[in-house]
Design a protein around this ligand. Structure first.
Ligand code: DGY
Length: 320
């Protein structure tokens, strides 16, 4: 069987596939393929290892219905039409667990960076604006003992909660579709309704999947209900917050700051007003971008394709 890999991955993943006897074709060009290019490339393949967030919608699936399996090198799967894949008997997998620690690190990094206006202060150094020791300039806020509200207490949310509890003894509250008893035990997290999450949190960190229910759930109304001193962090999907309304809430001082690893659209334009704000830190969707994690993701995605070749169920199958 032949695998098409839509963008370069760590060598370990490619070596593993070849060792298993699969033929591998990799898009080594440093660019995201258009839908038409991806469809064309998949015509000569039996399996797809998809890197990135190209829209694998119903049209794409229908044009590639000969595929036997698609392994997504991501935990999120909002960019693929699972019903269409299921209709054509294409098994689809993702890469949960292996990226939870690295993604939670990114959320933690943003929380701390926003609380100390770190990106803005670093820019001042680069711009030659570090004049002297200004006692009252651009002061930050501390996190010790504050309340962290996790929106979406799954694998990544619990890792973030553990870090915040360990580092700053933060009080953890969370809102989810259903209660997470493991989190309640591990970090003494308390389940609250969405309104209480908004009104009680000093920091809200979003870790949920993107769905019709979570799309734009952090909107003007939500930001109005949050504390004026609150920080909003999003490392999940850019559409979970409404970007124009977040911008307005920050401009009007309805919340204190924001840290985003995901934006809407991606990439964010360099002219975006959020990038000029002292209390905002933006990263280019690097949640899982470490050598260790990306290697694990590549290996996990590859092992799911090997399972298809072996005619056994993908271990991380999304459409059993
Ligand atoms: C994920 O794993 O879903 C990240 O957003 C990277 O794709």
């Amino acid at each position: 069987m032949r695998v098409f890999i839509s963008r370069n991955i760590p060598e370990e993943g490619i070596t593993y596939l070849k060792k298993e006897g699969l033929e591998v074709i990799v898009n080594t060009e440093n660019k995201l393929l258009t839908k038409a290019e991806l469809i064309a490339a998949c015509q000569n393949a039996d399996l797809l290892l998809n890197v990135g967030h190209a829209d694998l919608d119903a049209d794409f699936i229908s044009a590639c219905q000969h595929l036997k399996g698609i392994a997504l090198a991501s935990v999120g799967y909002d960019h693929i039409s699972l019903p269409e894949a299921t209709k054509h008997g294409i098994a689809v997998s993702n890469t949960p667990d292996v990226l939870s620690g690295a993604t939670a690190d990114t959320a933690f990094l943003l929380m701390l960076a926003v609380s100390r206006k770190a990106f803005y202060r670093a820019q001042q150094v680069k711009d030659g604006e570090w004049r002297d020791f200004e006692f009252m300039k651009d002061l930050g806020i501390e996190l010790n003992g504050k309340t962290l509200g996790i929106f979406g207490m799954g694998r990544i949310g619990i890792e973030m909660a553990k870090k915040a509890k360990g580092a700053y003894n933060m009080n953890i509250i969370y809102h989810n579709r259903s209660r997470n008893e493991a989190a309640e035990k591990a970090v003494s997290a308390q389940y609250v309704n969405f309104d209480d999450l908004l009104t009680q949190s000093d920091v809200i960190s979003a870790h949920s999947f993107l769905s019709p229910e979570t799309t734009h759930i952090f909107n003007a109304d939500a930001f109005k209900r949050m504390k004026k001193s609150a920080i909003f962090i999003n490392t999940a999907r850019g559409k979970i917050h409404q970007e124009a309304e977040l911008t307005r809430a920050l401009e009007d001082g309805e919340i204190w700051g924001a840290g985003l690893d995901v934006t809407d659209p991606e990439p964010m334009l360099p002219t975006n007003p959020l990038l000029k704000m002292p209390n905002v830190c933006v990263l280019p969707h690097i949640g899982s971008a470490t050598i260790e994690t990306r290697t694990q993701m590549a290996l996990l995605a590859a092992s799911n394709l090997v399972a298809v070749r072996n005619d056994v169920a993908m271990p991380q199958i999304l459409n059993p």
